[in-house]
Design a protein around this ligand. Structure first.
Ligand code: NAD
Ligand code: TYD
Length: 354
């Protein structure tokens, strides 16, 4: 199978690319990524020379280029992860979220439709898999309720609104044109290669550097955390075995109040750095809350377990230990990302090629 993965240089995308390239030597994997601030080819250094992998730097909004790549590589499956993904950025700059997440997804859908409908076999054997988020469902109270696949969409941030719109377009392409689509909505991911603007890598890095830890509001908001490799495994399973036109929620039944999670991170980093217990607790600094801050997310992934047998493989304690170790061991990756050096390198590399 020839598969296009979009956003493969980002956090989750890089884990999906790595899994597919290594697990399926008979597949050909094309990674299309614009390399925004969040895209970093260093995330894929271990697979870049594999014969079943290639990288294309392109914007998914560039319809002609997307069409060209689909045709050139005879793409049969698309796993779409490219997106603007950070809520705080979406509050500052909602336009770029509408552009990439909505218009970019539409561009990809329309290109796939044009290409697949031009083939003698049409949509036979094709698959458009859209990766979405639990944030489209809005926010839950502290009442033991969960988001299921039937929960009504109720997005609150420009990020979640743009993801919701993109989900609707994907489903519309199935209903209107018969495109074989699948949508999954996953909870918060954590693990190696996450850009340090998101809570977990940001806080690990700040603790290491003795910088303050900005806790929004009272730190009472709850998120449901899943180790990124477990998400990648779910994507693999659903891409191959998921029912067309269906939706699956992905989550680990692993809810944490931010402040409790932050204390686990502090304890783990302090222990691994050899600091006395509690050393970095003084770095906690309560700051003004995020506007429209969703109170609680919690995913019910029973359907995925019952229909396809997926379950998270890692206990949270093990996942967080692995994650903290990875960031502490990969100081150079963190230095490049936080200094912006990785971007200068790509800008030079690409300007030399033109
Ligand atoms: P990320 O920000 O780390 O990576 C996004 C990638 O997309 C980057 O490599 C970036 O360069 C690329 N990209 C951005 N705009 C592009 C464009 N116009 N054209 C081509 N490439 C572009 O994001 P992530 O955390 O890996 O999330 C990946 C997907 O998973 C997103 O669709 C996100 O909504 C979804 N998701 C994320 C989480 C999470 O916790 N991180 C949870 C559920 C769902
Ligand atoms: P984040 O990693 O940005 O993911 P999302 O907003 O998609 O859930 O944030 C996770 C939680 O941590 C969220 O409730 C906001 C909170 N948070 C802070 O308290 N301080 C921070 O500096 C960041 C980045 C997030």
């Amino acid at each position: 199978m020839n598969i296009l993965i979009t956003g493969g240089a980002g956090f989750i995308g890089s884990h999906v690319v790595r899994l597919f390239v290594n697990r399926y030597p008979d597949y050909y994997i094309v990674n299309m990524d614009k390399l925004t601030y969040a895209g970093n080819l260093a995330n894929l250094a271990d697979v870049e020379d594999k014969p079943n992998y290639s990288f294309v730097r392109a914007d998914i909004c560039d319809f002609e280029t997307v069409m060209g790549v689909l045709k050139e590589h005879h793409i049969e499956g698309i796993i779409h992860l490219a997106a603007e993904s950070h809520v705080d950025r979406s509050i500052r700059d909602p336009f770029s979220f509408a552009q990439t997440n909505v218009m970019g997804t539409l561009s990809l859908l329309q290109a796939a439709r044009n290409y697949w409908e031009s083939l003698p076999e049409g949509y036979e054997g094709k698959r458009f898999y859209h990766i979405s988020t639990d944030e489209v469902y809005g926010a839950l109270d502290f009442d033991n309720s969960f988001f299921t696949e039937d929960t009504k969409y109720d997005p609150h941030s420009p990020y979640s609104a743009s993801k919701a719109a993109s989900d609707h377009f994907v489903r519309a392409f199935h209903d209107t044109y018969g495109m074989p689509t699948i949508v999954t909505n996953c909870s918060n991911n954590y693990g190696p290669y996450q850009f340090p603007e998101k809570l977990i890598p940001l806080f690990i890095n700040n603790i290491r550097q003795g910088k303050s830890l900005p806790v929004y509001g009272k730190g009472e908001n709850v998120r449901d955390w899943l180790y990124v490799e477990d998400h990648a495994r779910a994507i693999d399973l659903i891409f191959h075995k998921g029912r067309i036109a269906d939706t699956y929620n992905i989550g680990g039944f692993n809810e944490w109040r931010n402040i409790d999670l932050i204390k686990v991170i502090i304890a783990t980093v302090d222990r691994l750095l050899g600091n006395a217990e509690g050393t970095s607790l003084s770095l906690i600094s309560y700051v003004t809350d995020r506007p429209g801050h969703d109170l609680r997310y919690a995913i019910d992934s029973t359907k995925l377990k019952e229909e396809l047998g997926w379950e998270p493989s890692l206990q949270f304690e093990e996942g967080i230990e692995r994650t903290v170790r990875w960031y502490l061991d990969n100081e150079e990756w963190m230095r490049q990302v936080t200094s912006g050096d990785y971007r200068r390198y790509y800008e030079e590399m690409y300007s030399n090629r033109q």
